[in-house]
Design a binder for this molecule. Structure first.
Ligand SMILES: O=C(O)C[C@@H](O)[C@H](O)C(=O)COP(=O)(O)O
Ligand SMILES: [Zn+2]
Length: 284
């Protein structure tokens, strides 16, 4: 199967109240772990690729790995640019074979965010590529750029609705109190904002900062209208802990397969637990 746009599964997710996971791809082991978990549970999923990860892996390898996963699995998989910062980077990804892009204009003024997102939607739609927009600022660290809680401003429902109406994005990330990275305590998620926006627009709300959110809050978010959830940090932590454990036990290990195999297995477990929690098993 070829890579698909998010429109292959997000409308169904919204209608049937489940969420599709975006799991970020940082290297080959991440990609393998994510697709293996999804094969086991027959789930659609999204490979998220940040600009930092793109630089690290190279755009050709990224697309080739995602295409191989789609071919091997037969699952509906979207390859999605995560937090794209410009029209140019979005177009570069589309030309290389991405089936979906996020344009993150949250650092611009509201009007400028609408204007720039509209341009990306117009170009992407012509090529059958789905688009995610973002409104409000999500806290935490994203590609090494950190936004503290004080500057992470929540989305206003009336602005989010107008943003959707003017841009026509396929899903909308809104700042509702989650943050990238691990939480010191528990996040304060504003379910009322999710509900107010989701009720008024036909596409799903996206929850960034999905790592470390308690299961009950994830269920409540999905019930309120979240249809796509991003997870990266939990996989990074599981991967690194597994590697550290092997190296701490035996300092003489030098074959990467000796520590990357348990690292991959640890990520399979994380992704399987998220797919089950999000309710996307057997939805492929
Ligand atoms: O950090 C990245 O490279 C990807 C994230 O920004 C992603 O979009 C996301 O929201 C993951 O959240 P987290 O796993 O809770 O950090
Ligand atoms: Zn994010």
């Amino acid at each position: 199967m070829a890579l698909v746009s998010m429109n292959e599964f997000l409308p169904k997710a919204k209608a049937n109240k489940f969420a599709v996971g975006q799991f970020n791809m940082n290297n080959l082991e991440f990609a393998q772990a994510i697709v293996d978990a999804a094969i086991e549970l027959k789930s659609p999923f999204i490979y998220g690729v940040s600009e930092g990860a793109l630089k690290y892996m190279g755009i050709e390898f990224t697309v080739a790995i995602a295409e191989a996963a789609a071919k091997k699995s037969g699952l509906p998989i979207a390859l999605h640019l995560d937090h794209g910062s410009s029209f140019e980077v979005a177009m570069k990804c589309i030309r290389a074979g991405f089936s979906s892009v996020m344009f993150d204009g949250s650092h611009y003024s509201f009007e400028e965010n609408i204007r720039l997102t509209k341009e990306v939607v117009k170009a992407a739609r012509a090529m059958g590529v789905s688009v995610e927009g973002e409104l409000g600022t999500i806290g935490g660290v994203e590609d090494d750029i950190s936004v503290d809680e004080e500057h992470a401003n929540l989305a206003k429902p009336e602005e989010a609705i107008r943003f959707y109406e003017e841009t026509g994005v396929d899903c909308l990330a809104i700042a509702v109190g989650t943050a990238h990275g691990m939480y010191a305590g528990e996040p304060n998620i504003h379910f009322d904002i999710i509900e107010a926006v989701s009720k008024a627009i036909p596409v799903p709300v996206v929850l960034h900062g999905g790592s470390g959110v308690p299961d009950e809050m994830i269920r409540k978010s999905i019930a309120a209208g979240v249809g796509k959830i991003n997870v990266n940090t939990e996989n990074q932590v599981a991967c690194t802990e597994a590697i550290r454990e092997v190296l701490n036990k035996d300092a003489k290990v030098y074959d990467p397969r000796k520590y990357l195999t348990p690292a991959r297995k640890a990520m399979v477990d994380v992704v399987k637990s998220k797919i089950q929690l999000f309710g996307s098993s057997n939805q492929a």
